[in-house]
Ligand binder design. Structure first.
Ligand SMILES: C[S@@+](CC[C@H](N)C(=O)[O-])C[C@H]1O[C@@H](n2cnc3c(N)ncnc32)[C@H](O)[C@@H]1O
Length: 247
């Protein structure tokens, strides 16, 4: 198996997450979708260096386990936990191949599903998430927005750039880079169409699926000015989702 893509960019991705205006909007959107928590246990799929695992704790989660394919990302997450202990656990794992663990009411996955190169892997990711959820549980995350058109929208000023977009339905191939001091190697992801997602979420056993466009917070409108966010609001690279299991 090839080395996981993120094994070579761990700290660079962290710099991107710390500095990119895009990440602030994404974080606000994730926090809004997850909402306040009251000690619920949660899994963070594709946790990277733990950015959203830590957000889960800020929102009031109980036990949190972060899982990621890249051992380098997991090591970074563990280092951040050692520097600032929040009681989060991390593990290296392929989130398309997970057996049932302790059921939880919440699984999140920010930028996992867009890594699926084919329908089989996308289905396996959704089934892996569904398998971990207790009755009425929620699967919340962000994936690549099927409407995003590279030729009309340049996301450079938001901290990322899409350099290639090719292929057609049901999924396009996307190549992007994060804007950081040390240039990131290109990362390849997949832009699946809406109907494929909807079919596969349903087949995995989710009974409700809501798509949530990114929302810019009042704080970011004040800090950057409303105009600054126009391209992002017109056609964003990311889109949020909230899927639920039957009670
Ligand atoms: C863009 S990063 C997102 C990290 C974090 N969720 C965030 O939003 O800051 C994408 C992550 O997905 C992970 N990933 C890709 N395929 C995966 C899989 N099959 N299982 C688990 N993690 C995966 C990568 O290793 C990488 O850390």
């Amino acid at each position: 198996m090839d080395k996981p893509a993120y094994d070579s960019i761990g700290e660079i991705y962290e710099e991107y997450a710390r500095t990119a205006p895009f990440k602030k909007v994404e974080r606000h959107s994730m926090a809004t979708m997850i909402g306040p928590l009251n000690g619920e246990a949660a899994y963070d799929f594709a946790c990277g260096s733990g950015y959203y695992s830590r957000l889960l704790k800020e929102l009031g989660a109980g036990p949190v386990l972060g899982l990621d394919l890249s051992s380098e990302m997991v090591e970074l997450a563990k280092r951040r936990e050692a520097e600032n202990p929040l009681g989060i656990h991390y593990q290296t794992a392929d989130c398309s191949q997970l057996e049932a663990m302790e059921p939880v009411p919440l699984v999140i996955a920010c930028w996992l599903l867009n890594n699926a190169p084919d329908e089989g892997v996308l289905r396996a990711m959704l089934v892996s998430a569904r398998r971990q959820l207790s009755p009425g549980g929620r699967f919340v995350g962000v994936t690549f927005n099927w409407n995003y058109q590279r030729e009309y929208y340049d996301f450079h000023k938001y901290g990322l750039v899409i350099t290639e977009q090719d292929g057609g339905s049901p999924r396009r191939r996307i190549v992007g880079e994060f804007i950081t001091k040390v240039p990131t190697p290109a990362v390849e992801v997949y832009q699946w169409n809406q109907s494929t997602y909807e079919t596969l979420f349903r087949e995995a056993g989710f009974t409700a699926l809501e798509w949530r466009p990114f929302s810019v917070s009042d704080q970011e409108k004040t800090d950057y000015g409303e105009e600054y966010w126009a391209e992002l609001e017109a056609n964003c690279t990311g889109i949020g989702f909230v899927a639920s299991c039957p009670k």
